[in-house]
Design a protein around this ligand. Sequence first.
Ligand code: COA
Length: 260
Amino acid sequence: MEYNNILVSIEDDLAIVTINRPKKLNALNTATIKELHLAFKALQKNNKVRVIILTGSGEKAFVAGADISEFAHFDTKQGGQLAAQGQELLFDFVENLHKPVIAAINGFALGGGLELAMSCHFRIASHNARMGLPEVSLGVIPGYGGTQRLPQLVGKGRAMEMIMTGGMIDVERAIEFGLVNHITSSEELLDFCKNIAKKIAKNSPAAISQAIKAVNAGFKNDVHGFEVEINAFGQCFGTDDFKEGTTAFLEKRKASFQGS
Ligand code: COA
């Protein structure tokens, strides 16, 4: 598929999605959000792909936020629609994807950019990364899940301070907050993410998909996380991956998972 705002490359069982508007610091306009939705949807269906890495193009930014030029003249109805559509098409979609998505934060991750990184299953950052939710400086609040996911990741008080000040934190602070898992150099960022992705790709895709569902359930109000876990655990017993994983262990060999 041809995209104008993103690049998608597939290397063996790993996909790399790059937001490619470097002149606009990869700001998320509606077209980019739609393309990301289509790309993630296609990668979810692609049986070859086991892990996805999401990053930004250029040396400066992961994503510097939602594209301010697009919504500067919106009214209340359009503002609400912007948030609802974005959350459905991209942010919730990525969080609930059946395959792991790693955010490789290679620079500014601000506003919608940090919200997108927080929708990914975990985050790795380069030394030059800066993270923040500056929306209140524009007279709005985070609308792509930031008021919910930031407190989940860093705690309510820290999230309140970040949201109220609109300030940026550096990677040392981000790691202390638990917002990113690892810090590396800009040059090594993608390889660092690929190494983790390769470890993940050795495990059962069917089980990983159930694990994502169960972990996410703990952060939703309308489902009971422990019940979702029990059900997801049971589902694993009906998969070929489970037969292969347990048989391989008993036969003292490495498992070879097909993902069903
Ligand atoms: N939406 C639209 N355009 C954006 C953007 C955004 N969120 N962030 C950056 N850009 C554009 C700039 O307008 C500029 O475009 P231009 O060259 O056509 O004028 C280009 O990207 C480069 O940005 P610039 O501001 O010149 O870079 P900088 O290094 O001086 O500053 C930032 C970098 C990230 C501090 C600054 O761009 C910024 O504050 N961006 C907005 C962050 C924000 O508020 N995000 C939340 C949005 S809800």
